[in-house]
Design a protein. Structure first.
Lengths: 182, 479
């Protein structure tokens, strides 16, 4: 009781579950309990999990759409500008901007840019290449990629209080609860 | 990606063999790259390495001496380079079909073979790219094909299908790599977490980009994965359509037909599935762990896809004959007769035998379950599809409009050398892939396992234990 914690700052509390169903229930109840800064960790995508967590986001699809649009406009303009403005060439008397001939490359440009948007957009929003993350400090977290399902309530949540959060997580019947040092 | 699967379907056509758990699926697949490899691996890698080295030598010789070492000349200026280019690109297309189109069609059986087939796509497109690059004769100025401002003040000819090809194939390669790597990141993270040595952990850690299985990351990953599938689907159709336009936009007899784009796409899928079978059957023997996930049902379905696309291709052959006759054009009509009875009649009838007759054996369920016969059929189809491109390229060109310009095409030893070299390179790359990368998509298989067996209570699955009260006491908690 008199013990004073002097260790590293607390990042959050991590609760471990055995099945996706338990995790879905836990995510829903964590949300209902008023926590907002929390995340789940699962070995594979679980349908309905982000809905249970109350997360809704369409940044990636919008990025892909805008990138695709820019790619198509860019590829078409490139062809039109080079063929009609920068170096006009008369090919068999066709129009300088003979647009049907520009369709294939416009399409490829659209796909290429959109695919870059999907790949890099996802990784930029996910802050990938950040190799260090506090959750990796917890030994049992290694199983998050195999067969365990985790909820982590983060200390930056305004409602976060270590003991309350601990008791709350205990009420969810996890296999284990661990402190995540920053 | 929700599926509605009936319980009866699961029992009749199991997608997994044996009792699986999340732990078992992960262990079986990720352990393969982390263990010592069987002797056949070393032998096959060695053979592939020799082939890849031969490829390098062939290219050095080609650049040093020039295109004269090939059998091409007027009137057949396209020869092996274009035959092999189209053949390899076609093989690659099955990978994208499996990974993208079958994903959009919610064919759950794709989960076992997509990683493998996508790797095949990437290496096949690498092999394909070599041919047109060196067929230009001066590969060191290949950058002229891209719109890079240069001292000539010249731009690529954007009205040419050959330029479209550059864009289509390079986009296809890039998007295939992105799609493949996207699916790979979570599995590399699994390898990192299960690594047995420090090196494995560091290397897999670097390439998994710090993936930590966060639900929000998974959500974005799924959105992007689905969108990439949606982009790859029209892309793959466009690539082989554009390849076929290299032919169809010309006025050469036998090439100037509107059926070319769909006929090429079907042929690509046909040959690609044949190549998937050619690779999967020996890999299942070499790595028996894969047999739990690539079951006889998967093999059976692949054989059925081959049978179906084989018929589309055969329909294409019939259409070509009809178009030739119906055109009323003497050059087109001559071409049809020339295919049957001309100097290259053997190639044409080999094509009909390999692609039209042999695949009919696949009607029999017994043959679809016989791995050896299926393996042989898949190789025959690969050969048949090679003959198809030979027939298209050489037969149309060797009889020009004027009889004075007629000629014959005979591949030289350098042609064969380069071709076999690319096969060696392909084999080497497939075995390197098997050595270092999880061959099946672990996360997707686990997701499939969860959807199949947890949505319908009482058919195996992971045993659900009561939660154990092993939680540590709250540290510094005020009780």
């Amino acid at each position: 009781m008199a013990h004073v914690e002097t260790g590293p700052k607390l990042y959050g509390l991590l609760a471990e579950f055995e099945t996706p169903e338990q995790l879905l229930e836990a995510a829903r109840r964590t949300r209902d309990a008023g926590y907002r800064k929390f995340d789940c960790y699962t070995p594979f995508p679980i349908h309905g999990l982000t809905a249970a967590m109350g997360v809704k986001e369409a940044k990636v699809p919008w990025t892909v759409f805008i990138m695709g649009l820019l790619g198509a406009i860019g590829a078409f303009s490139l062809q039109a500008w080079t063929s009609a403005v920068d170096y006009p060439l008369n090919i068999g008397g066709r129009d300088l901007i003979s647009w049907p001939y520009f369709v294939p490359i416009t399409f490829e440009g659209m796909v290429l840019a959109a695919a870059f948007g999907a790949f890099f957009g996802t990784h930029i929003y996910n802050r990938m290449l950040a190799y260090y993350h506090p959750v990796f400090n917890v030994p049992q977290f290694a199983r998050a990629s195999t067969d365990r399902f985790f909820v982590c309530i983060e200390s930056k949540d305004p409602k976060f209080n270590r003991d309350e959060a601990y008791r709350f997580l205990q009420s969810l019947n996890p296999i284990s609860i661990a402190e995540v040092p920053e | 990606m929700q599926q509605t699967i009936k319980a009866t379907q699961i029992k009749e056509f199991p997608l997994f063999e044996g009792q699986q758990t999340y732990e078992r699926i992960t262990e079986q697949i990720t352990s393969i790259p982390m263990e010592r490899h069987p002797l056949p691996w070393t032998i096959m890698f060695g053979l592939g390495f020799i082939g890849a080295f031969a490829l390098l030598m062939a290219l050095v010789y080609l650049v040093a001496v020039g295109l004269g070492i090939w059998g091409i000349n007027q009137p057949v200026a396209w020869g092996f380079a274009i035959i092999n280019f189209v053949w390899w690109i076609g093989i690659g297309h099955a990978g994208t079909l499996i990974s993208a189109i079958l994903l959009l069609l919610r064919q759950t059986w794709r989960m076992s073979i997509n990683r493998f087939a996508e790797a095949m796509t990437i290496f096949a497109v690498m092999c394909a790219g070599i041919f047109p690059l060196f067929h230009t004769g001066r590969p060191w100025v290949a950058y002229w094909l891209f719109p890079i401002p240069n001292w000539l003040a010249m731009w690529p000819q954007f009205r040419s299908p050959l330029e479209w090809d550059v864009w289509a194939v390079s986009t296809y390669f890039t998007v295939s790599v992105l799609f493949w790597y996207m699916g790979l990141i979570p599995d590399l993270a699994k390898m990192r977490d299960r690594a047995k040595t420090h090196l494995q952990r560091v290397v897999n850690g670097i390439f998994s980009l710090g993936w930590r299985n966060s639900a929000i990351h998974w959500m974005r990953w799924e959105q992007a994965y689905l969108l990439l599938a949606g982009l790859s689907t029209p892309l793959v159709l466009s690539v082989h359509s554009i390849v076929s336009l290299d032919f169809a936009i010309s006025i050469v007899p036998g090439w100037h037909v509107t059926i070319f784009p769909p006929y090429f796409v079907a042929g690509a899928i046909f040959s690609g599935f044949a190549m998937v079978l050619t690779l999967v059957i020996p890999f299942r023997v070499l790595y028996p762990k894969l047999q739990e996930y690539i079951t006889m049902n998967h093999i059976d379905w692949m054989a059925k896809v081959m049978l179906a696309t084989g018929w589309i291709v055969f329909y294409g052959y019939l259409c070509e004959m009809f178009f030739g006759w119906y055109s009323g054009n003497q050059f087109e009509q001559f071409l049809v007769v020339n295919r049957f009875f001309g100097p290259y009649w053997l190639a044409y009838w080999a094509l009909i035998f390999c692609n039209g007759i042999v695949p009919q054996l696949l009607w029999s369920p017994k043959i679809r379950q016989n791995l050896l016969v299926l393996f042989i059929i898949s190789i025959i189809v690969n050969i048949g599809m090679w003959f198809e491109r030979f027939v298209i390229v050489v037969m149309s060109l060797h009889r020009d409009f004027l009889t004075s310009a007629w000629g014959m095409y005979t591949p030289t030893i350098s042609d064969w050398w380069l071709y076999l070299g690319t096969i060696g390179f392909f084999v080497m790359m497939m075995f390197v892939f098997a050595r270092f990368i999880p061959m099946l998509a672990v996360a997707e298989l686990k997701e499939l396992w969860y959807k199949l067996y947890h949505g319908h209570n009482g058919h195996g699955g992971t045993p659900v234990h009561e939660p154990k009260p092993t939680a540590p006491a709250p540290q510094g908690g005020g009780q």
